[in-house]
Ligand binder design. Structure first.
Ligand SMILES: Cc1ncc(C[n+]2csc(CCOP(=O)(O)OP(=O)(O)O)c2C)c(N)n1
Ligand code: SF4
Ligand SMILES: [Mg+2]
Length: 314
């Protein structure tokens, strides 16, 4: 399958120049590179410009509810652990109304990939400040500078328990696509923040700002992996090493403005993935997950959901 085979012919109504276009291409490229089949993928979108992504990908998918994309993705993965489950949504969707789900998705360590499109604004509803906009900043649609402090997505993902954490840039499609591939292949909860210019409402952090030099002649965006940064907690690492990896991720998460890191911040290869934990208690779970239970016989609904749920209790 080629990248373009994952495209749909549904009319795309994202604005010209929107970073969402780059993210869509990176997703298509990642699916093709991993040789995934369309029916093996399910993409769930929140509500926002970003949340429309499932329409533009020829895979399974649902445009869900504002802030509720992670519960949908969680349910799908638990019902069918063989699916490649991708959740996508905006910074308002994930860190405003959906913040509680964000934290709890991290700590479950379920094998899903969550892409947060960070544009600093509520794009769909015409440019109000999102929770990632920094205190004192005033974008085009705001009558006054913001007075609240910002949430740091990488820091929040780390303290919530996500076991794979990275940041990409919407217009570096090559790096973004390879980050999406690593997120999908990681066995656990993967969080990818994507710096996504919204040229219509965020006039502060546009493509030009991201791509110009920050301080002296240093590019503002740089890749952690091109520096001497090792993000990975290996399976046999001791507690001291774990603490060090946690701290270095926090330090890097704080960098902004003059130098902005991209790439892999943190990966924990020790944490046990949730469906594996369930199958240790319910040995039939992976072989006979809810998606594999017969539902009908001779067009009659036969499943006994009470019995199924009581068997799945962990
Ligand atoms: C329960 C609920 N509250 C509010 C809204 C209105 N609403 C729609 S999208 C949105 C925010 C979108 O911003 P973001 O999640 O950052 O996505 P973007 O458009 O920037 O991609 C809001 C508040 C809604 N649809 N449902
Ligand atoms: S409003 Fe902003 S985020 Fe939404 S499609 Fe247009 S450029 Fe993209
Ligand atoms: Mg947004």
């Amino acid at each position: 399958m080629k990248a373009k085979d994952f495209a749909t012919d549904i009319e795309n109504d994202w604005c010209a120049g929107c970073g969402d276009h780059g993210i869509l291409h990176a997703l298509e490229k990642a699916f093709a590179a991993l040789e995934l089949q369309k029916h093996d993928i399910a993409v769930f979108g929140g509500i926002g410009c970003s949340g429309k992504t499932p329409y533009y990908l020829d895979t399974n998918g649902i445009h869900t509810l504002h802030g509720r994309v992670l519960p949908f993705a969680t349910g799908a993965k638990l019902a069918n652990p063989e699916l490649t489950v991708i959740a996508v949504g905006g910074d308002g969707d994930g860190l405003g109304i959906g913040a509680g789900h964000f934290a709890n998705a991290g700590r479950r360590n379920l094998d899903i990939t969550y892409l947060l499109y960070n544009n600093g604004v509520y794009g769909l509803t015409k440019g109000q400040a999102s929770p990632t906009l920094r205190q004192g900043e005033q974008t085009r649609a705001m009558p006054e500078p913001g007075i609240q402090t910002d949430l740091n997505p990488v820091m929040l993902a780390l303290t919530s328990g996500f076991t794979w954490i990275a940041r990409g840039y919407a217009y570096d499609i090559h790096q973004l696509s390879s980050l999406i591939q690593s997120a999908i292949t990681h066995r656990g909860s993967a969080f990818l923040e994507i710096l996504q210019p919204c040229p219509v409402y965020n006039n502060l952090h546009d493509k030009k700002w991201y791509e110009e030099n920050g301080i002296r002649d240093y590019p503002r965006l740089y890749s952690l992996q091109q520096e001497d940064y090792d993000a990975v907690i290996q399976a046999d690492a001791d507690n001291h090493t774990r603490d060090e990896k946690f701290s270095q991720c926090m330090m890097k998460a704080r960098e902004w403005n003059d130098r902005i890191p991209t790439g892999l911040f943190y990966q924990d290869l020790q944490a046990k993935e949730m469906t594996r934990q369930i199958s240790e208690r319910q040995s039939f779970y992976l072989a006979l997950s809810p998606a594999k239970q017969p539902v009908t016989e001779n067009s009659k609904y036969t499943i006994n959901s009470n019995e199924l749920f009581s068997r799945l209790k962990v």
